[in-house]
Design a protein around this ligand. Structure first.
Ligand SMILES: [Zn+2]
Length: 60
């Protein structure tokens, strides 16, 4: 296995939980509200990692 480093978020890394986050185990928290993405033509919900602030979008 190789080390996976998220270069994009490296500058805002925090000591707490960093190892988990860099390993891909983010602490996702669902942000309030879902919206309808016109371009995608479906509902999307946003999640943010409580530790590193990484965000991801889930299509519903
Ligand atoms: Zn994270």
């Amino acid at each position: 296995m190789s080390n996976v480093i998220n270069l994009k978020k490296a500058k805002q890394r925090r000591a707490e939980g960093k190892t988990l986050c860099t390993s891909g185990f983010h602490k996702w928290q669902l942000l309030a509200g879902r919206r309808f993405d016109v371009k995608q033509g479906r509902l999307v919900s946003t999640e943010r990692c409580q530790r590193c602030g990484e965000e991801r979008i889930k299509l519903t």
